[in-house]
Design a protein around this ligand. Structure first.
Ligand code: MTE
Ligand code: MO
Length: 502
């Protein structure tokens, strides 16, 4: 018969990897949170209506002074966040790298758990687990250590809590994480509704983190109280020692080395991320980008909200172009505006707004998801990009489309950054039905702050891909020669990933 009180080496290893990746996930998750440290109970994200706010900064929907959601970002310490100091792009790279390895670790663990029979140690097999767990909890409260269940290493309270963490809490984190992906919920809007919407999923994701932290605290405390040297040896070497405990020194050395390794990896990851941001974006991108690109390619938005869903308030991200040229265009109702569409196309075009409209028209009521975390619903009317492609006929070597904007970010987002805003998308994204050049928002001409006279909408992507104030469109083979070569202004300057399906 298997002795379940000793642990095979795969339990020791997966337990260790789990510690490492959970710490990476928690810290990078806090970095993501620092970009908008507020939680909402519905997808409108009405400023001031957050149920939990972890920042001192407040912004109001009625504010007389215009504000841009980038100002909501907080700078959190590199001690808690990975990497800290307003590095949302890098934090997301760490989060999406770690999640892939955490899920892989979990999958290996679960497969071995069931193939080895060890599942019996944490999967309860009778309803008696509930009264037994209560009794065990009572023992704990009276400062008695409850005995392990017959033939098992854990008492009922332990078994039940381990089961809940592995089979409920971990899946909940994965599922609520997926419910924040614009590609996933653009394709399956009903999936987000399972959780009561994207913002509720985001809130639950954070509550899940808190539960993980609480579990880890209690778990560690209990291990300490229940007999440290023995349990430490089980955790590190897998076997339960009897006196005279000759292996304890070895277990202590290996275990401390492991913990030290986790700390060192975190320190190195943090310092390297703060110092060599482009390299980290590229390196982690090897793991993260293929996944993001795949999601963006295969998922087509099927959103169709109703007018009743339209948000009463829609944040602005990015200040309007302040220059004379744009202001004159706007003052004349964009009568002199001409959209240039050129590059690798058979028929380059120069279109006024009426000519652009004549290419075709569609409208959509959809959820906007900013990379910082907020969302809002609006109706957008405009010209399908597919119609633009029909009109200009891309040449066979055209693979990406660049959208150049009027706003000079060195003026409007003065954080030591440079250049005019631009973005690129792969050609296949332009052919999706909800990829449009929007000219209207909620049945009115696009307001200046939301991108007048023309902005891009791509409903499986994060907000930063949807260039506002579009001045010109260019079909290119490669985006490496544009800007700093990462495929967009925020990719260049804020180290965001180029595909933005999550
Ligand atoms: N030209 C330009 N387009 C832009 C931006 C910008 O700063 N400049 N910000 C992007 C970001 S990060 C988001 S979330 C959306 C915000 O759109 P909104 O201001 O209409 O809410 O626009 C995107 N398009
Ligand atoms: Mo954004």
């Amino acid at each position: 018969m298997t002795d379940y009180s000793v642990f095979p080496i795969w339990i020791v290893i997966t337990h260790f990897l789990n510690m490492l990746f959970i710490l990476f996930l928690a810290r990078s998750g806090l970095e993501v949170l620092s970009a908008c440290p507020k939680f909402y109970w519905n997808d409108h994200c009405m400023p001031g209506r957050e149920w939990l706010r972890l920042t001192k900064k407040t912004f109001s929907a009625e504010s007389a002074r215009p504000w841009s959601s980038l100002e909501e970002e907080d700078s959190w310490s590199p001690v808690v966040a990975l990497p800290g100091r307003k590095n949302l792009g890098i934090g997301r790279h760490w989060h999406f790298m770690s999640i892939q390895f955490w899920i892989l670790t979990g999958a290996v663990y679960i497969a071995l758990l069931f193939s080895s029979g060890y599942y019996r140690t944490i999967v309860p097999t009778s309803w008696a687990i509930f009264p037994n767990a209560l009794r065990a909890a009572g023992d704990y409260l009276q400062f008695h250590l409850p005995p392990a269940q017959p033939g098992l290493p854990f008492n009922a309270a332990q078994q039940l809590s381990y089961f809940a963490v592995v089979f409920l809490l971990a899946p909940l984190q994965i599922l609520t994480g997926a419910a924040m992906s614009p590609a996933v919920i653009g394709r399956f809007p009903g999936y987000a509704r399972l959780f009561g919407g994207r913002q509720r999923a985001r809130s639950l994701h954070f509550i899940g983190l808190c539960l993980f932290v609480a579990f880890i605290a209690v778990h560690t405390l209990m291990v300490i109280l229940s007999g440290l040297p023995e349990l430490w040896t089980v955790m590190v070497l897998g076997h339960r020692e009897r006196p005279p405990y000759t292996d304890q020194g070895l277990a202590l050395a290996i275990g401390l080395a492991g913990l030290f390794g986790i700390v060192v990896l975190n320190v190195v990851a943090t310092l390297v991320s703060l110092r060599y941001r482009r390299s980290v974006q590229r390196f982690l991108g090897i793991v993260v980008d293929p996944f993001e690109r795949l999601l963006s390619r295969v998922f087509t938005s099927r959103q169709g909200y109703s007018w009743a869903d339209v948000s009463p308030y829609f944040r602005v991200n990015g200040y309007p172009p302040p220059d004379e040229h744009y202001r004159t265009l706007a003052a004349n109702g964009f009568a002199e505006y001409r959209l240039e569409i050129a590059g690798l196309v058979e028929h380059p075009l120069l279109l006024g707004l009426e000519e652009l409209r004549a290419l075709g028209w569609t409208s959509q009521i959809v959820l906007h998801n900013c990379i910082q975390g907020w969302s809002a619903v609006a109706q957008w009317g405009g010209v399908p990009m597919a119609k633009v492609l029909e009109a200009v006929k891309p040449k066979p070597n055209a693979r990406h489309i660049a959208f150049y904007a009027f706003d000079d970010k060195s003026v409007t987002e003065n954080e030591g950054r440079s250049g005019h805003f631009y973005g690129t998308i792969p050609l296949h994204l332009a052919l999706k039905p909800q990829t449009i050049l929007a000219l209207e928002m909620n049945r009115k001409p696009l307001p200046v702050e939301h991108g007048a006279p023309v902005r891009l909408r791509i409903e499986t992507q994060l907000g930063f891909k949807m260039v506002k104030w579009v001045r010109a469109i260019e079909f290119v083979e490669d985006y490496a020669a544009i800007g700093q070569g990462q495929g967009g202004w925020r990719e260049d300057q804020q180290y965001y990933a180029n595909a933005a399906g999550i």
